[in-house]
Ligand binder design. Sequence first.
Ligand code: SF4
Ligand code: SF4
Length: 118
Amino acid sequence: MEADVSPAFSMDGPYDCQACGACCVAVGPVAVQPHDTQVPRRRTRSVRRMVGFASFEADLGVRCMKADDGRCGALVGQPGSRVACGIYDRRPSVCAEFQPGSGYCLEARASARARFSA
Ligand code: SF4
Ligand code: SF4
């Protein structure tokens, strides 16, 4: 029997970000570049000791969003049902550039399907 997976994570779309949120819970640390000056610093942490980031990135001033069990700390709501970014107007550039329906989007949705299936 097929697992119970939210239709919001369908690999065929539609790509409704306000119902999905997969890329905010299932893509690993979210980088905050030095030019992302609008991101509230208290929402970020150093990457110096983080797996997946080289020390030179920390030296360049790169940080990442704080997260809990892979879920970005700025995410509000329930992935696969109803979500919002709590700092939408000040989110990191990598989030603003993330394209619904892109390969990375599909990767995140596939990961969320596995994570949130019953
Ligand atoms: S960009 Fe893709 S993975 Fe991210 S919330 Fe939108 S539909 Fe979901
Ligand atoms: S900052 Fe907002 S858009 Fe970016 S990962 Fe966190 S909740 Fe998602």
